[in-house]
Design a binder for this molecule. Structure first.
Ligand SMILES: *Cc1c(COP(=O)(O)O)cnc(C)c1O
Length: 394
């Protein structure tokens, strides 16, 4: 499709992300509302069964969000006060908040400039006697270097909990994300690749972690409500841990069951649009795009670009404002963790040796990318980016 005249502006605002829901989700939800079971019950169980099959893991434990899932996974791994957990600064604040909920300290390792994922070579120098776990975050859906990460973890006796909020459907060297680390946590927030409104899932191949995750996500009880009220149940269960009220509901699972059936189709569309962005944006000055490894499947949750603001007469934030005037929504994934006020002032997080993340944090922005977009929308975005770069190039 040709990128035609410069001056025209889209007539309708294009948001940066939107969910894609259909009649199947609506009908299933209505069916749940008519039933007698609204909270965690048969539909949540079914969603968990489907999910573990999809990611090729032995167990799947549903939770109320990815944030809750990360907290539960860290507790299940035994992370406690005084421990250290290694992760990336290029993530949503929830990753590090979950570490703090356990009384542990996040330790940040810089990222690769190519895919913006945690730099494996730099992990080792941050390991101390207090290090308990590593949380790799598959940024934008591009898998981290899991072979290197698993090797380091094995050598040092660390637990690997993957933050796969962006990475449902992604694969690393032929293996589904969700089947590799000790535990993997997914998000079904409204703008993620699939949604349940809010929700999350922990996948694992370790029975002990699966049992613990079930306990921590439901009040620390030795069995959850669905089992307690089941006909064959004796109905007596005790608190064995200080757990949380972090379960998914059957209302959420009703949506998830059908979203999961559509995830591969959604990813196909995302990949097609990302390919158009790659082709059309790679020739534009002052912009860099991420590079994809040959041996991964990339779920393309977000499409980040990095602006060379030193060669532009405009800051990243002003560029986003200018895009809004073109009727196109953009957002920032992410402001690096060490740049947040709370992490600077209260946590006094160690921000040394994070030069790539610091650079990217001030320059990165995400363009709209989701299956509800049309191909014309994609070309409208490219046209607007082209126009602004031409106007603001020094
Ligand atoms: C969205 C997101 C989360 C949190 O997911 P919720 O389901 O909203 O709790 C965690 N990590 C990353 C990288 C995310 O993008």
């Amino acid at each position: 499709m040709p990128v035609h005249d410069d001056t025209s502006i889209r007539s309708e605002f294009l948001p940066v992300g939107r969910p894609m829901l259909g009649d199947e989700e609506r009908d299933e939800m209505l069916d749940t509302l008519k039933s007698d079971w609204l909270s965690k019950g048969p539909k949540t169980k079914l969603f968990e069964e489907q999910f573990k099959e999809y990611v090729n893991s032995a167990y799947a434990v549903s939770v109320s969000s990815c944030t809750a899932g990360l907290h539960v996974a860290l507790r299940s791994a035994g992370v406690k006060e005084g421990d250290e957990v290694i992760t990336t600064p290029m993530t949503f604040v929830a990753t590090c908040n979950a570490i703090l909920y356990c009384g542990a300290r996040p330790v940040l390792v810089d990222i690769y400039p190519d895919d913006l994922n945690i730099c494996v070579e730099k992990i080792k120098s941050k390991i101390t006697a207090r290090t308990k776990a590593i949380i790799p975050v598959h940024f934008a859906g591009h898998p981290c270097e899991m072979d290197g990460i698993m090797d380091i973890a094995k050598e040092h006796g660390l637990i690997v909990i993957e933050d796969a909020a962006h990475a449902i459907g992604s694969e690393y060297r032929g293996k589904k994300i969700g089947s590799i680390g000790d535990m993997t946590v997914f998000s079904f927030y409204a703008t993620k690749n699939i949604t349940t409104g809010d929700g999350g899932m922990i996948s694992t191949n370790n029975e002990e972690y699966a049992v613990k995750a079930g306990i921590f996500s439901f009040h620390g009880l030795s069995s959850d409500a669905w089992q307690r009220y089941a006909p064959q149940s004796k109905g007596v269960y005790e608190t064995v841990e200080l757990g949380y009220k972090y379960n998914m509901t059957d209302i959420q699972a009703s949506i998830g069951i059908h979203q999961l059936k559509k995830v591969d189709r959604f990813i196909d569309i995302r990949q097609k649009y990302a390919h158009i962005y790659d082709e059309e944006l790679s020739g534009i000055p002052c912009i860099s795009i991420t590079k994809m490894k040959q041996y991964v499947k990339h779920s393309r949750h977000i499409y980040p670009i990095v602006l060379d603001i030193d060669k532009l007469k405009i800051s990243r934030n002003d560029f986003i404002e200018a895009m809004k005037k073109e009727n196109i929504g953009c957002s920032v994934h992410f402001m690096a963790i060490h740049k947040h006020k709370y992490y600077r002032e209260e946590i006094k997080i160690d921000s040394s040796d994070l030069s790539t993340a610091s650079y990217v944090s001030d320059r990165v922005l995400s363009l709209p990318l989701y299956p509800k977009m049309t191909e014309k929308d994609v070309y409208d975005v490219i046209k607007a980016v082209n126009k602004l770069i031409r106007i603001y190039n020094k």
